[in-house]
Structure formats: C-alpha cells, structure tokens
Write a protein that binds this ligand. Structure first.
Ligand code: DMJ
Length: 564
C-alpha cells in the first residue's frame, strides 16, 4: 500500500530557509572569475504542522465557495498522484533499473547510459507527493545499485546526466532532510546516500570541463574510464553547456568544495564575453575554440535552457549580476527579432532565425519553447506574486511587458494542445503568417478557433509527454493567481489520461496527436515523472508549497533551495 507521512517545504515552515550550516558554505565565482564564498547560518525552525493541521487552523466556521473549489482542486491533485503511481508501477513492474519504460512492449531500455534515470528523476516527485513506498523502492535501488553503475557504465551525456541524475539526487537530498543531518521526513536510505552518489557522479562529469581546451565542456563522458570527448560532429549544444550551473553550484555548497561551481561557472563567464545577436546566441558551440558555431538562433531544442539558466542562476545567487544583464538583453532580443503574431487570430509566438540575423525568419516553434512563459514570469517578479510585487512597487515597465508576453505565450502554448483531435500538443508547430492554413496542416480539432493559425507538419505530429506547457502554467498560476492556468493544466492532464495511459502500467509517447486513436510510440520519458506530473501536482496543490522565491527548479524540475 502507498502511504504518506512526510511533507514538503512551504513558505511558512522554515525548511526552505534552513539551507545550510557553517560546515557547508556555498561557493560561486562572480562575473570576473573571482572565487567567492557565502557562509550561511542554520536558522531556528518553527514547529512543523501537517497540511491537515494547517487547514484546520485556517478553517472558518462557514463553508464558503472557496473551500468547495479548493476541495475540487485537491481532488484533481489526487488524480495526478494516482497517475504518478500508475506510471511508477508500470516502470517498476517491467523495467526497474533501466533508464526508461517501453510501456507497450513492457520492457526497459537504457536510452540515457544506464544509470536508472527514471528512478532518480522520479524520486523527488514521489517525496513531494508523500508516496513513502515509492521513495523506499527508489531510494533502496539507488543505495544498492547506483554506486556500481556510476563506476561501470560507459558513455553518458554531460547535460542529460547532470539535469536528471545529479539534479534528482541533490533535490532528494534536500527534501529528505539532508541539510539537517538526518532523515527528517521521508522513507528510504540516509540522505547522505543521495549526496554521495551525486558527488561521485559529478567527479566523473567534471572531466568534460577539465579535459576540454576551452571553457566549453565536451558533451560526453565515459564513466568507467573515466574520460570525456566531443560529440561526433565535434560540437556542444549551447543549451547543454549552459545548463549545468544550478546543479554544480548547489553541489559545491553542500559538500564545501568549490571545484564543481568554479568549473561550471567558467562556461557562463566565457559566454558573457562572446559576440551575440541582440543578446541571442547560436545553438552550437565549438569546445575546441570556445566559439559559437553556425548562425542558427532559436529558443527551441539546443537553445532553450541557455536563456532559462541565465535568470535562474542569478536567482540562485543574486551577486552574479552579469547574468541578469545577459538575460535582460536576450529577452529584448527575443522581442525585437523573434516574437510575431499569427494570422488570422493573432496568437503571439516565438519563431527562429535559422540563418542568423540577416537570414529569413521561420515561424516555427518547438513545444520546448513553452518553457519561456514561465521563465519570463519568474524573471519579472522573481518568484513572488504579481499582486505583492505591484503593491511593493517592484515591477519596472519592462517587467510588466515581459509578464504580458508570458501570459500571451502561455495562451499560445495552451492552444497548440487544444487545436489537435487528442488535446495533446505536437512536438513542433508553425504559425500561419500569410492567410490560409491550406487544410492539410490542421491539428484535427475543428472546434478550435485557431485551426488556421497553427500549422502542423507530418513529421512533427508526435508527443513525448513533455512538461514545458504545464511548467509555465504552474509558474504563471503561482505568480498571477489566475485560475485559468489551473483549468488549462487540467485539460492537458485529462488528455494524457485519455490518450497516453497504458492499461498495464505507464504512459506512452504518441506518434500522432491529430488522429483518434493516436498511434503509440512505446516510450515513457523520465521527465513525465520528473517534471510533467510534478508540475501538474504543484499546479493543483497548496499555493505555498515549494515557494518560487525560496526555491529554484532546475530545468528538469528538481527544486533546490535558494542560497542566501
Ligand atoms: C527535459 O529533459 C528538460 O526540461 C530539458 O531542459 C528539455 N527537455 C526535457 C523535457 O522536454
């Protein structure tokens, strides 16, 4: 039976503030490459209350509409928890120890190098959902098998392994009370097991930085050698090289060794010095020279989380002001060069410049770009509600403009789901800039107002259970408190339930979201448990759980406390 006794940090319980002791100061470099150290004091913890106790305290004598609607969202949150249990059961029954589940053929596959990626990616979601049995199963596997896997496995991708495995281990360490020196609130092994594995793995991953002749790390590491090398085309993705710093900074602060932070921050310090196009960057880098390679500019694959980490690494350490400057400049560039409106109905979208600033504009938008509404909202209010930020006069004109863009783009991200027969988004859409859709590129939902605005090419009809749209809905709900984001998230969740759920366990990627029934692709990506279901659960839950001004979520949805 799945039980739940633990709880997640909220803005009122002090856990989020207890982010370190004098033994584990945090380490960063500033923009000039200087090494800085921030000692943190262990604060006193207020008494802990269970969610039920808090609810009882706040309960009024009269049952209001608000309580009714809260209980409705609680029920929906419970549905997400059940979906997670279903996903985990499929994985555990048919593929325990493999990276991913193939839910139709009921077996496992090692698509990420064989470190049991689903287990580690899913673990903190199970902690947040208070699913002790899953925590126990995942934690026990990590304790028994991960050390050997780290020592013996072959090639892994630096970025994927950092965001999913190192990131998952670090947030599990935090959520299981590691910084308080004990197993405070969850089942499973001692928190130190998670930190030791993260460190052991990061020691090998560090070779990607140290063996590269430039500040840009190689993309691949061979764990058992250990050694590192460039990808077959000799290049590193810009997003991959610049999406490692939250994890390595947090690890350095936890273990009291600056080397992880120092190596990873060299990347951003170097990127600061490179020429850009209105703050925008090409999607490839050459680790041999440290320069950008080619001119292709986009916020979709290989470009996306560069922009996300500029602001998130600054939120993690506000002394790094050069990152906020780079972020602001890049968003200005997005608005000047990439944002347009579709015809006939004016959906705001972010396109691409495949041949650089002087080449043609492409109205193509990957689903991956749907991270941007959330990032823009976070960058505008720094995680507090819009109402509070307005009251305290904290928002500049630029912040308000970015928040408006975030809301417009979140609507577009919702409509690319609603335009299909299944209610699930395709991997890539194009926006109509000229007039008629031409019929053959429709998503299949004739009721959608946007059938002519959104074009879907045959090669892009698939859905990989990706999180970006619901991630932005979660962040925008927290910041604007507008209930429409919950409703949109609920629509998307129901579509996953209807079309992606596999009876025998797990959820599957789909080959074509425009037809019913949609053909299955037979793969459950780790981020469905690590991100998609976590963001939906948080979207429907208590507004003060893992508050966005006290936690920064890495690009794989693993929450790290913000260091002060
Ligand atoms: C995840 O691994 C991360 O969110 C990454 O930044 C982008 N791709 C997937 C999810 O779509």
């Amino acid at each position: 039976m799945l039980t739940h006794t633990s709880r997640i940090p909220s803005s009122s319980d002090g856990v989020s503030k207890n982010i370190g002791t004098e033994e584990n100061g945090s380490f960063f470099t500033d923009g000039k490459g200087r090494f800085r150290k921030f000692w943190r004091k262990a604060p006193r913890l207020p008494p802990r209350l269970s969610p039920d106790e808090i609810a009882a305290r706040n309960a009024s004598i009269h049952i209001s509409d608000k309580i009714d609607s809260n209980s409705e969202w609680k029920a929906r949150q419970q549905k997400v928890k059940e979906a997670f249990i279903h996903a985990w059961s499929g994985y555990r029954n048919y593929s325990m120890g493999y990276d991913e589940l193939m839910p139709i053929s009921r077996r496992g596959i090692d698509g990420l190098g064989g470190l049991g990626a689903t287990i580690v990616d899913a673990l903190d979601t199970a902690m947040i959902m208070e699913l002790d049995q899953v925590v126990q199963e995942a934690g026990t596997w990590i304790e028994k098998h991960l050390p050997e896997r780290i020592q013996e496995k072959g090639q892994v991708n630096l970025f994927e392994t950092t965001i999913r495995v190192v990131g998952g281990l670090l947030s599990a360490y935090h959520l299981s009370g590691g910084e308080h020196g004990g197993n405070a609130s969850t089942k499973g092994p001692k928190p130190a097991v998670y930190l030791d594995n993260a460190r052991n793995l990061a020691d090998r991953l560090l070779l990607a930085f140290t063996s590269s002749p430039s500040a840009i790390p190689f993309s691949d590491v061979v764990l058992r050698d250990p050694s590192a090398h460039a990808a077959p085309n000799g290049l590193s993705s810009t997003a991959e090289a610049s999406t490692l710093q939250l994890e390595f900074n947090y690890l350095s602060s936890l273990v009291g060794d600056p080397k992880y932070s120092l190596e990873s921050m060299k990347v951003l310090e170097h990127m600061k010095t490179l020429p850009k196009v209105n703050g925008l960057v090409p999607i490839y880098m050459n680790p041999h020279t440290g320069d950008f390679s080619g001119e292709n500019i986009r916020l979709g694959s290989r470009g996306d989380s560069y922009y996300e980490y500029l602001i998130k690494v600054w939120l993690q350490n506000k002394n790094l002001t050069y990152l906020q400057d780079m972020y602001k400049e890049s968003i200005k560039g997005v608005k000047e060069l990439l944002v347009r409106k579709s015809v006939p109905n004016g959906l705001v979208f972010v396109g691409e410049l495949p041949s650089g600033r002087h080449g043609a504009f492409s109205p193509k938008m990957d689903h991956l770009v749907c991270f941007l509404p959330g990032t823009l909202a976070l960058g505008a209010t720094k995680g507090i509600t819009k109402e509070k930020a307005m009251k305290e006069n904290l928002l500049t004109f630029e912040d308000l403009e970015n928040l408006k863009l975030a809301e417009d783009l979140a609507k577009t991200c919702y409509e690319i789901y609603a335009v299909t027969s299944t209610g699930l988004a395709p991997e890539i859409v194009y926006f109509n800039e000229e007039g008629h859709n031409g019929g053959s590129y429709g998503g299949g939902n004739k009721k959608s107002k946007y059938v002519d605005d959104i074009l879907i090419k045959l090669a892009d009809h698939h859905n990989l259970l990706r999180p970006e749209a619901v991630e932005s809905m979660f962040i925008l709900f927290r910041i604007t408190e507008d209930p429409k984001y919950r409703e949109w998230g609920w629509d998307i969740f129901q579509a996953f339930e209807k079309h992606s759920k596999v009876e025998s366990g797990g959820y599957t990627s789909l080959d074509d979201v425009t037809v019913i029934p949609p053909p299955a692709r037979d793969k459950m990506e780790t981020f469905f448990l690590g991100e998609t279901l976590k963001y939906l659960y948080l979207l429907f839950g208590e507004k003060n759980a893992l508050p966005l001004d006290k936690y920064v979520f890495n690009t794989e949805a693993h929450p790290f406390p913000i260091l002060r």
